[in-house]
Design a protein around this ligand. Structure first.
Ligand code: AMP
Ligand code: MG
Length: 359
């Protein structure tokens, strides 16, 4: 595939949105900023457009896409029904980084979007350019993250071009994205909210709205193939996408977790071992520890008690490691409260499950 990828700089956003919306309406695929990460969008009703998204990304076809809507009203044309817990959560968090998996109305979107499931994942993004783009294109926009499958999600337009230049019709530059991690994906069964993927809206925020137990689905290594019977889906819904390798840098990565004061010694030891065997080592760490380390690259993710800063910068740091030829990354863990839960989920995935806990 080799197409000319148009680039609209942030200063030409208004013209960019108009042209990008027209391209999407005509069956094109366009990368655009959201408050989470950059998405690669196409008309969710068009199988040809959705096929182009999968091809450009190299995404497995059994990994369904999130449909982005301009406003909450649109959800009723896509979902078969919406219960009162779902209503309350949409009311509280839309527009914003919360995706709901709902029973799909037959024929509402291309079957490729849902990977043949009887549910559809939907959200209303908060980013102004995303909202305008969806409104002006006049269609629901199916959009996974705008990276090659398996790579860290793009949080800047330059990341999109790195991965997809020549494979998509255009990129709308809106600067760096805010949250920096993907949306939270949930499925409500009765009065229980299952978090299928932690993300920009935290478990604590969801709990404060619904007041009852928020169930977290089991860790990803126990995810099944996504081909469960309807009965087991009702008991424990799954997000098919979470079984795939994700968010990974090119080098090997290890995550060190434990109390803050114990981290530094273990991180330095791991880094030194790798360097001694000739590896190009990077340490990704909190601000407080950065001065105490020595390594080929020391990349600061943010203050230890401000995981939102680390969330915002994580994917850019992983890409920086790739650019600098780093082949061994040692990363410090963060506390798992609030956005820290999503941050740790992505760190674990990036590390392919390699984790050492010190205590
Ligand atoms: P991405 O587009 O890369 O941000 O990933 C979207 C996430 O939403 C993946 O983990 C998908 O598996 C999940 N998802 C999308 N549609 C559904 C659905 N119908 N049921 C469950 N999970 C879904
Ligand atoms: Mg993705």
């Amino acid at each position: 595939m080799n197409v000319l990828t148009k680039y609209w700089p942030a200063q030409q956003a208004q013209l960019g949105v108009m042209e990008a919306a027209a391209a999407i309406a005509a069956g094109g695929v366009i990368a655009f900023p959201t408050e989470t990460v950059y998405g690669l969008g196409g008309n969710a009703r068009s199988t040809a457009a959705v096929e182009r998204i999968f091809t450009a990304k190299g995404r497995p076809s059994d990994n369904p896409l999130i449909v982005h809507l301009a406003n909450k009203k649109e959800v009723y044309s896509l979902a078969e029904h919406v219960n009162e817990v779902e209503e309350a959560l949409m009311e509280a968090f839309w527009p914003g980084p919360l995706t709901l998996v709902l029973p799909v109305r037959e024929g509402a979107v291309s079957p490729l979007v849902t990977a043949g499931l009887d549910t559809v994942a939907v959200r209303v993004p908060e980013h102004e350019l995303a909202r305008l783009l969806i409104e002006q294109s006049g269609c629901p926009i199916a959009a996974p993250s705008a990276n090659r499958s398996g790579r860290p999600s793009p949080t800047q337009a330059s990341h999109v071009l790195e991965d997809l230049n020549g494979r998509i019709d255009g990129v709308l530059d809106g600067g760096a994205t805010g949250v920096g991690l993907e949306s939270t994906v949930i499925r409500v069964v009765g009065r229980k909210v299952h978090i299928l993927r932690p993300g920009g809206v935290t478990r604590e925020q969801i709990q404060s709205i619904i007041g009852s137990t928020v169930e977290i689905s089991p860790p990803n290594d126990r995810e099944s193939s996504g081909s469960e019977s309807t009965a087991s889906v009702e008991l424990a819904p799954r997000s098919p996408g979470v079984k795939y390798a994700h968010y990974a840098p090119k080098g090997e990565m290890i995550l060190i977790t434990g109390p803050m004061e114990k981290l530094a010694a273990a991180v330095q030891r791991k880094g030194d071992q790798a360097a001694a065997s000739g590896r190009h080592v990077a340490i990704i760490c909190c601000e407080e520890h950065s001065a105490s380390y020595h390594a080929e690259a020391i990349l600061v993710s943010g203050p230890y008690h401000a995981p939102e800063t680390a969330a915002h910068s994580l994917y850019a740091l992983l890409r920086e490691c790739d650019e600098r030829g780093i082949d061994y990354i040692v990363a410090e863990g963060y506390p798992e409260e609030g956005i820290g839960a999503a941050l740790m989920n992505r760190l674990r995935k990036a590390a392919g499950g390699h984790e050492i806990t010190v205590d």
